[in-house]
Structures are given as structure tokens and as C-alpha cells.
Unconditional design. Sequence first.
Length: 214
Amino acid sequence: MSYTRAVIPDDFELPVDAFDIPLCYQGDLSGVVIPEGLVRDRVRRLAKDIHASIGNKPISLLCVLKGSYKFFTALVDELSNARSACPAPMTVDFIRVKSYEDQSSTGQIQIMGLSNLDELKGKSVLVVDDISDTGRTLAKLLSTLKDAGVEKTWTALLLSKRVKRVVDVPEDFVAFEIPDKFIVGYGLDYNQHFRDLGHICVMSPSGIEKYKSH
Ligand code: HPA
Ligand code: MG
């Protein structure tokens, strides 16, 4: 089963002023890279492709918090529609992973939450994450799941950044391939800010300064 990623070119940015941006974020953003409506359209097709590829088997969807909370709910909804004639159930689980401070990875990947990894033992798990850049976080998570006895994993990513991977990790289903820029919105944060922003945006220099951690 082949499918097509939506590739966002390096220079593609829409003017922030052409969109409805919450007042609290005005001045903090310099461009809209992916409007929220486009994410919704793309997730609908991705869910169909995932269903066509995985088929009618029981699956567990694992939401990698916090960044993928919006993508996860959108994907679960679309996947439920795609699987409406499917006799096998779908379950949801949540795990929390943290590695970023300011605009870079700390290199230390903490996996928290999901106290009972045993619940996933022997299951087929679709790991739903917001973004892959170095591949390190996802690789660590996949090995943790394997150690916990998960039978089969696939990965569904909202975004795959065009940067060189430090670790090779399977990216089975990718909604968008994006340029090497630090982006926020649609669940993605800068020091915990901007997760509630609907559109995926690039920050302005003043926004980066305003929400710096120290
Ligand atoms: N934005 C927010 N969080 C991230 C990013 C990004 O570009 N890359 C990895 N985590
Ligand atoms: Mg983050």
C-alpha cells in the first residue's frame, strides 16, 4: 500500500494577518505554515490510508502527549469513520514523553504516564506522535513498547521534518513533511505555550524571546 505525503516547500509561509489568530499570540508569530483546515483535510485521507493498510484487526492507538493531543483526537475520529464497517474494536491509550526545552532537544528523553504498560502486551499498537526530527524520541518509545511485549507497532506522524535523522526509525504514516523550521500550534509547543493555537506557525524573534525559559 503506497500513499503520498503532503510536502510543504521550504519557502511556504502564509501571512499571519490573513488568519484569525488569538489576541494573546499577536506579534509572536511570523508565518502560517499549515492552516488548521488543511490539517483536517489531510488527516481524513491519512485515516483512510491507515485503514486500507492495517485492515480489520483490533488495534490500540497510543497518543504521545502532550504534542499529539489534537492530531490524536482528529485521527481517532476519522479512523472510526473509516472503520465503521470493521468488526474489530479500537482502543486508546496515552503516554507522556518530554525532551525539548526552548527550540532544541535536551537529548534526555523522559517517558512518563501510562503506568500500566502491561495493558499493551501482545497488542498491535499505532503510535500517534506529533513530529519526528532526529528520530530519537520515537526510537526510544518504540523500544520501550517492544520491551513491554507489544506485538506490532506502526507510527503515525502529523509532521516529519526535513532534517538528517540521528536514528533510523519507521515513519509509516506521515501527514505532512515540513522544512527544518521550529514550528508551534496544533498541539506543538514552545516551552508549553502555543499548544492551543489552531494553525501550525513559525514564531517571530520577539515571540521566541518573550517565552524563553530563562
Ligand atoms: N516545534 C515544537 N516541538 C518540537 C519541534 C518543533 O518544531 N520539533 C520537535 N519538537
Ligand atoms: Mg515540546
